[in-house]
Write a protein that binds this ligand. Structure first.
Ligand code: NAD
Length: 499
């Protein structure tokens, strides 16, 4: 067992600034008019830094800087940009533990996940897009004897990026890596709950980039996010967040007729077919582990498998074993490497989740595990902890239909294949899904029938940089994490030349 020292305590790897201004044009710039807001850690509930509260003039200033830098950056060679991205990856890798502590302290997630998943994926995303941009080729084709077509991929220019708080550094990497690889300059707005980890990262990599290529404006959605997303000076908006916010972003962008990428909410089904329980072996064990994935990252994952569908013939046995496994999830200090579930990101999120637990009880769902705020004692008493919660009910209930974004799973049964698919697809969302079966044919057919952009078969919650990720239905528009992502940050220029 190892425990990382909390920031501000002796021996910590991270020391925050007393305040974080906006990062614009390669330097820190105080807010034009918005003042500062407090940044609290969900681990203990204490304030650990304050952050500039961005408003429209700050966004304008960041856009000035980005426009000043975009042309030169867009004209660098793909090889040069790849080299910068690889340097960023190296820098992150060299400081991986400190960044993991920063993210855990600000978000509340267990350090074991920050160390083993979030930060290695950040590194990989920068390396992946460094490779992809180098491998991209323009095309030359002969149209007629005297006519030749040249195709060039050009950057869009200046793009606005707005990210959530659940994986602050990984969400930043998902957005920054392809945009920079393609030659764009960026104005990034972090979530108001987790700006400091973004600045810890930016401080590390700033010197690797020309000033103005990456700018960060902190602040709240309507005050800083809206002016960015509705600015006629951005060529694209890339957004990750709630579906209701995505609807607004699309409306703002519509005014300027610019493209959007929207990565939105979900209510992902996790389907367990009866052959899963044919034997109590390693596969069965893996499926039980797959069930508990609803509590990964405290359930604050867009693809949280928040609806578990279990076939009737194995329902009682599987659910009993899954409940036992869920009760064994170790909740504790997020900075302790043994901890498996940490704190919810904010007191608002804590209250929202507890509110949904009340809704579930009132609408008649049966509570099988958890369902309460956890008091972990000592310094952690002020933190925002919820015990992993299992509800049993039916797919019409609100706890089956609405995104809770906490460690809450709603379980129901199905009779046969068609029934499973019908329940799985009975949702306005279509982001992720899990399918568990020993029968490759069943798993394949289910994978194809489910209306979701990502279906995990006999595993859950892996996010390799080269696997396309994104939503069907109201879970979003566009894809991330695949070389196709470059298309979302480039436009095609065609020169048709007569000789
Ligand atoms: P949110 O929509 O409240 O906020 C996301 C970001 O948008 C924040 O930076 C916020 O300040 C900003 N914002 C809010 N209102 C805005 C407005 N009117 N104009 C411009 N910007 C605005 O979402 P959240 O609570 O931070 O994140 C949780 C949500 O994100 C969940 O719904 C989750 O499913 C979703 N999510 C989706 C993915 C995905 O890849 N599909 C990944 C992670 C999270």
């Amino acid at each position: 067992m190892a425990k990382y020292a909390a920031p501000g305590r002796p021996g910590s790897m991270v020391s925050y600034r007393e305040r974080y201004d906006h990062f614009i044009g390669g330097e820190y710039v105080p807010p034009a008019e918005g003042g500062y807001f407090e940044n609290r850690t969900p681990v203990t509930g204490e304030v650990f830094t304050e952050v500039a509260r961005g408003t429209a003039p700050d966004v304008e200033r960041a856009l000035d800087a980005a426009h000043g830098a975009a042309r030169a950056w867009g004209r660098t060679s793909a090889a040069d940009r790849a080299s910068v991205l690889n340097d960023i990856a190296d820098r992150v890798e060299d400081n991986l533990e400190a960044l993991a502590v920063a993210e855990t302290w600000e978000n509340g997630k267990p350090i074991r996940e920050s160390l083993a998943a979030d930060l290695p994926l950040v590194v990989d995303h920068f390396r992946y897009f460094a490779g992809v941009i180098r491998a991209q080729e323009g095309g030359i084709s002969q149209i007629g004897h005297d006519l030749v077509a040249y195709h060039f991929q050009e950057p869009l220019g200046v793009v606005g990026q707005i990210i959530p708080w659940n994986f602050p550094l990984l969400m930043a990497a998902w957005k920054l890596a392809p945009a920079l690889a393609a030659g764009n300059a960026v104005v990034l707005k972090p979530a108001e709950q987790t700006p400091a980890s973004i600045h810890v990262l930016v401080n590390l990599i700033a010197e690797l980039l020309p000033p103005g290529v990456v700018n960060v404006v902190n602040g709240f959605g309507l005050e800083a996010g809206k002016p960015l997303a509705s600015s006629p000076r951005v060529a694209k908006v890339a957004f990750t967040g709630e579906t209701s916010t995505g609807r607004l972003i699309m409306r703002y962008a519509g005014e300027n007729i610019i493209p959007v990428t929207l990565e939105l909410g979900g209510k992902s089904p996790n389907i367990f077919f009866d052959d899963v329980a044919a034997r109590r072996d390693a596969f069965y064990d893996k499926a039980l582990e797959g069930f508990t994935m609803f509590a990964l990252n405290q359930g604050e994952v867009c693809t949280c498998p928040s609806r578990a569908l279990i076939q009737s013939s194995i329902y009682d046995r599987f659910l009993a074993d899954a409940t036992e496994r869920t009760r064994a999830i170790r909740q504790g200090d997020p900075l302790d490497t043994e901890t498996m579930i940490g704190a919810q990101v904010s007191v608002e999120q804590l209250e929202k989740i507890l509110g949904y637990i009340d809704v579930g009880k009132r609408e008649g769902a049966r509570l099988l595990a958890g369902g309460e705020r956890a008091d972990l004692g000592g310094e952690l008493s002020g933190g925002y902890y919820v015990t992993p919660t299992i509800f049993e009910g039916d797919n019409k209930m609100r706890v089956f239909r609405e995104e809770i974004f906490g460690p809450v799973v709603s379980v129901t049964r199905f009779d046969d294949f068609d029934d499973a698919i019908k329940i799985a697809n009975d949702t306005p969302y279509g982001l992720g899904a899990g399918v568990w079966s020993r029968d490759g044919g069943v798993a394949y057919r289910a994978g194809r029938e489910i209306q979701a952009g990502r279906v995990w078969v006999n595993n859950y919650h892996s996010y390799p940089a080269h696997a396309a990720f994104g939503g069907y239905k109201q879970s979003g528009i566009g894809r991330e994490n695949h070389r196709a992502m470059l298309d979302h940050y480039q436009q095609t220029k065609n020169l048709l030349v007569s000789y």
